[in-house]
Design a protein around this ligand. Structure first.
Ligand SMILES: Cc1cc2nc3c(=O)[nH]c(=O)nc-3n(C[C@H](O)[C@H](O)[C@H](O)COP(=O)(O)OP(=O)(O)OC[C@H]3O[C@@H](n4cnc5c(N)ncnc54)[C@H](O)[C@@H]3O)c2cc1C
Length: 645
């Protein structure tokens, strides 16, 4: 690739409302660089800045509402450390791993979350986010702790998941970043990590970026960096006609850039083979676009569901035993210590919460229940009705538009039921990566010196409490390293190579556009790495992706800085898809805990494959490795040793 940026020539942009600055360059110098200003990124930045260090956050979007939590959230899960909890954080971490995740969990991140998430939530409260029922609206409700005024979800007895006013989360973090003097670089897409000597596998000394409105180039130099760009969306399906560009766990802007750049820099990944078809409803068992309108899942838990004739659909407990009262939906069953919504592991394989009868589809087919189904808000006690269709539906990013539209249209939860729009909603290609990400140690450091990670950038990461707690921890670790680290040196050749790479689409007068390329890649993933996986199919898939990389992607063109961002996203999506196929080929056994099924290796979770398969790039070679499931070691001891105040 050409090393000299002087050879770059740019096409005249089409009509565009912002000044064009392709090739112009801004240099930024900080101690700690946070890549991605979502939830984990803001927490990392705030915690590093509190150490008196010079900190910058770079985000593709405006930080006040960027990232998965940017549109609002309603549950603060995984918080056994709150004062009203009756569960020990160690038990809370380990029991679901044994029972519902088959041992496949990132116990390091989960334990840090279990121990620290209450402190992180209190930090948010200090920043101005509402976490308690201070107006006493729910006084006397069984989910309220009168002493703390906290409102709990799911398990009203053991109390580890807190209902929050989460639309205020990102604005509070944004304000705090500004108050602490964190430098915010917004609408800048980070495109690559810079390494010492320009060498993959070397110490990470900064990153490059491109402005999504002006096309200006940025070089960030930092002693330590924290990767917080979350997991890729849009891998198996692409349709701007479906919900935007499609994503459930994150916004479409989370296009796997962080994964792709860390991969190119030599970082190690795990769980990249884990993906599943988006059918898991957890509520009706029929297949769902989660949270739809009426539902009984997550935001809507524990709403009663009735059929078209008003007949109530029965519930069972998490062991499958029939339960008959509302109270039983919100407390542990016989012999159980606590209820928790298990995400990440056996989700969909083993139900971790009470749920509707699993054979509901069959019973509908037999005529026992008549479609459509409805969420029966009027049939719930008033405090439940108000907390679901008031607080929760009004705060959760997936549902508050439903809340606002319906309320404006005169919907009355005291009288009206709301239809469950779930059946047949998931299109065939609606598959997603399930929490593949960077391997990290107890400092949340990657295998690369100077590179830390938080939130969904870490393998097996999901949820706001997780993102906040790990971001906070990674920010502190990065700060501690930066305080001692030598001055970073940027390799200018590496910078120039990156400039040439990222501006290539803008230099082409025509070719393939990003949408066509994205649709093609998604189709390859559906056909060769979808529900049916065999060695032959995946080898063909990889070959097809390589052909796309050598062929169509070299003709990718963009007419504006915005299209340039989209084009670069699709190139990273291509990289993420390659990583997924490499990982899927490397695991030569099926594994239902990881939602991983191979037709040619049908045995489920055989003993010799009870491990994480890891991947990293060394030169041009993909290196496959492995990691013991218990690589976390003694969790209490390691937590204490690595905790930084
Ligand atoms: C609508 C919705 C509701 C949810 N509700 C809940 C809930 O109630 N409870 C719960 O526990 N979890 C919930 N989740 C999940 C939770 O929000 C996420 O797990 C969590 O926010 C992830 O945090 P993160 O920091 O890893 O990623 P994010 O918060 O998504 O941050 C990633 C950031 O990286 C930026 N970025 C990406 N690529 C680049 C690039 N190339 N350059 C610069 N910046 C980049 C993005 O703009 C974004 O700001 C919800 C998710 C969604 C989508």
């Amino acid at each position: 690739m050409e090393d000299n940026q002087n050879s770059l020539t740019f096409q005249e942009p089409i009509e565009w409302p912002y000044p064009i600055r392709y090739g112009e360059e801004t240099r930024v110098n900080v101690d700690v660089l946070v890549l991605g200003g979502g939830l984990s990124g803001c927490f990392a930045a705030i915690n590093a800045a509190r150490k008196g260090l010079k900190v910058a956050v770079v985000d593709k979007s405006p930080i006040v509402h960027s990232g998965a939590a940017g549109s609002g959230v309603d549950h603060w899960m995984d918080c056994p450390s709150n004062p009203a909890s009756k569960v020990d954080p160690e038990e809370f971490t380990l029991e679901p791993v044994r029972k519902y995740k088959g041992g496949y969990a990132n116990v390091i991140a989960n334990y840090i979350t279990a121990r620290d998430s209450w402190d992180a939530l209190c930090e948010l409260e200090q920043m101005g986010m509402k976490i308690r029922d201070t107006d006493d609206v729910f006084k006397g409700a069984p989910f309220r702790d009168e002493a703390t005024k906290l409102l709990f979800a799911y398990d009203y007895e053991t109390r580890t998941c807190i209902r929050i006013w989460g639309t205020g989360m990102k604005p509070s973090l944004h304000k705090e970043c500004k108050r602490l003097g964190v430098q915010l670089y917004e609408r800048i897409m980070v495109t690559s990590l810079l390494t010492e000597g320009g060498r993959p596998g070397g110490r990470v000394v900064g990153a490059t970026g491109v402005h999504t409105r002006t096309g200006e180039f940025f070089v960030f130099r930092a002693k330590a960096s924290v990767l917080c760009m979350a997991t890729p969306e849009r891998l198996w399906i692409f349709s701007s006609e479906w919900t935007g560009l499609v994503g459930r766990d994150g916004p479409p802007a989370n296009a796997g850039n962080g994964h792709a750049m860390a991969w190119r820099a030599g970082a190690e990944f795990a769980r990249m083979e884990s993906s599943s078809h988006e059918e898991w409803g957890g509520s009706t068992g029929i297949g769902a676009v989660l949270f739809g309108t009426g539902s009984n899942f997550a935001t809507w838990y524990p709403c009663t569901i009735v059929d078209a004739e008003g007949k109530e659909v029965p519930w069972v407990d998490r062991e499958g035993n029939p339960i008959h009262t509302l109270e039983e939906r919100t407390k542990p069953g016989p012999g159980q210590k606590f209820l928790t919504l298990v995400l990440g592991g056996g989700e969909g394989k083993a139900e971790s919460m009470p749920h509707l009868i699993p054979d509901l589809p069959e019973r509908i087919r037999k005529g026992e229940f008549k479609l459509p189904l409805y969420a029966d808000l009027p049939g719930m006690p008033e405090y439940e009705r108000r907390v679901i269709f008031g607080l929760m539906v009004g705060q959760e990013g997936h549902t508050w538009p439903v809340y606002r539209n319906l309320t404006e249209a005169g919907f009355d939860p005291d009288k009206d039921q709301l239809q469950v729009y779930e059946i047949g909603a998931a299109p065939p290609g609606w598959r997603r990566l399930r929490y593949g990400g960077l391997v990290v140690d107890w400092d949340l450091r990657s295998n690369l010196e100077g590179l830390y990670a938080g939130g969904q950038s870490i393998f097996d990461g999901i949820g706001v409490a997780h993102a906040s707690s790990t971001g906070r921890w990674a920010g502190r670790s990065a700060a501690a390293y930066a305080q001692e680290a030598p001055e970073p040196i940027i390799d200018e050749k590496q910078v120039n190579r990156e400039k040439t790479r990222i501006y290539a689409p803008i230099q082409r007068p025509d070719g393939i556009n990003w949408k066509e390329l994205q649709a093609g890649i998604a189709k390859v993933m559906q056909d060769y790495c979808g529900d049916t996986k065999t060695e032959e199919l995946m080898a063909l898939g990889l070959k097809t992706l390589e052909e796309i990389r050598e062929g169509e992607s070299r003709t990718l063109f963009a007419r504006t800085p915005h299209e340039l961002m989209r084009a670069l996203e699709v190139l990273d999506i291509l990289t993420c898809c390659e990583m997924i196929i490499h990982a899927s080929r490397a695991r030569k056994a099926s594994n239902s805990w990881l939602h991983f099924e191979r037709l040619d290796f049908p045995q489920d979770d055989p003993p010799e494959w009870r491990k994480w398969v890891t991947l990293r790039l060394e030169g041009e070679e993909v290196r496959v490795g492995e990691l013991a499931l218990d690589y976390h070691g003694d969790i209490k001891k390691n937590y204490e040793t690595h905790k930084k105040e």
